[in-house]
Design a protein around this ligand. Structure first.
Ligand code: NAD
Length: 380
């Protein structure tokens, strides 16, 4: 934190006083506390920030924890899990001390643990709100996985809790740190090929071979089906192509061909976002097929990234040729970027406000689909 002018003047006066005294002086308590708080601030500036992962499921195990072995600004300092049988493996593999291991009951005690600077919530969607709010009350900066929540009200409560407790909140939107998608932002927002005229954004993944009882198929825990999990990337893609939020949406559910699997959440959903000046982004998302595309037509050219949202293997082309970017370890860049912004006490480029904006869009898509395709306005 930067000191204000009067603090700075007082400090200079005080230091002058002390220096004028002779060697061997005992430093007074206020001076010591000033020094220690400055030292603490400096410590946070210099050191890697400690992250605690909350929820040790697939994403934490296969992407985030390995990524945290390569990050420069942060490291895996702690874990929070409801499954005691996972603890030994994680402790051994990542050299995590006992004092940095928590369960869901004693999680709030993390407030007293100086090793943990950032809490990263990687739980089923409906649990994000509770753990982000508890993390904020523990005065830790927070990263929350997408989708931020399962409804707008929870997202608002999460933001409020972070603001009230003076902590930062960022969403795990890894594609904002990745070269192909960053180029799409530039192409669209800087109108490299003139104004964008239309967008296509689809993200689907065939889950029908998996066990149907996983939480992603449970509306209470997931908030919805493929739209919440995968379609959110297509929504994000359209919005960062345009560089502004949509003003309205029309949507409808796709056919249910696997009713035994998709009886609680949708199997597929189609939607069209409408931006100012009538520009449209057409999208769909399904749990029963594979699609992965973000493309646009502009006045003087076009581009297409496919796959656009996968962890790796991205490929892209524009009307001028191949997009030539390295595939990078996105989660490394994401967490390093977020840790850097937290350290500077600056808003992340993917702040909680962006998560809230997207919740409003997702809920408007469902509202339109529920109403059989009625045009729903989106107010930000
Ligand atoms: P997962 O099912 O593999 O893991 C979920 C974890 O939550 C498990 O460890 C489970 O034990 C724990 N859990 C705690 N309470 C639970 C409950 N009541 N029911 C079920 N599980 C419970 O899920 P995941 O794929 O790791 O996804 C977790 C979060 O991360 C989700 O919000 C998801 O959208 C997000 N995610 C993001 C990305 C990305 O690319 N940004 C990728 C995958 C997942």
């Amino acid at each position: 934190m930067e000191e204000n002018n009067s603090q700075s003047v007082q400090r200079r006066k005080f230091i002058k006083g002390v220096t004028l005294g002779v060697g061997g002086i005992m430093l007074s308590a206020p001076f010591m506390s000033l020094m220690s708080s400055r030292a603490a601030g400096r410590k946070k500036q210099d050191k890697k920030l400690g992250i605690a992962l909350v929820g040790l499921g697939g994403y934490s195990t296969h992407q985030l924890a390995p990524a945290l072995q390569e990050t420069e600004n942060c490291y895996l300092a702690g874990i929070v899990t409801g499954t005691p049988s996972k603890v030994d493996d994680w402790k051994r593999k990542y050299n995590i001390p006992d004092k940095n291991v928590y369960n869901y009951e004693n999680f709030d005690e993390i407030a007293n643990n100086d090793d943990i600077d950032i809490i990263y919530v990687v739980l089923p969607n409906a649990l994000h709100a509770e753990y982000v709010i508890r993390a904020a009350k523990a005065k830790k900066d927070v990263i929350c996985e997408k989708p931020m929540a399962t409804n707008v009200e929870d997202a608002q409560r999460m933001l409020e809790a972070c603001n009230e407790n003076g902590v930062q909140l960022a969403i795990g939107y890894r594609l904002h740190f990745e070269p192909f998608n960053k180029r799409v932002m530039e192409l669209g927002q800087q109108q490299v090929f003139g104004k964008v005229e239309s967008i296509t954004a689809n993200n689907s993944s065939d889950m029908t071979s998996e066990k149907p009882n996983i939480w992603r198929l449970d509306k209470k825990l997931a908030g919805g089906g493929p739209l919440m999990d995968l379609g959110i990337y297509a929504v994000q893609g359209a919005v960062y192509t345009m560089g502004k939020p949509p003003v309205a949406v029309t949507a409808n559910y796709g056919e249910v061909t696997k009713p035994l699997v998709f009886h609680d959440v949708e199997q597929s959903i189609n939607w069209e976002l409408e931006f100012e000046e009538g520009i449209k982004a057409k999208s769909n998302s399904s749990y029963a097929e594979d699609q992965n595309e973000l493309s646009a037509e502009a006045e003087d050219g076009w581009w297409k990234v496919s796959p656009a949202y996968a962890y790796e293997g991205k490929k892209g082309e524009t009307s001028e040729g191949k997009m030539d970017y390295p595939n990078i370890y996105e989660q490394v860049k994401q967490m390093d970027g977020q840790a850097e912004s937290f350290r500077k006490n600056e808003k992340s480029i993917v702040p909680g406000e962006m998560g809230l904006r997207d919740m409003k869009i997702l809920m408007a898509i469902y509202e339109s689909a529920e109403a059989g395709g009625k045009r729903v306005e989106i107010h930000n």
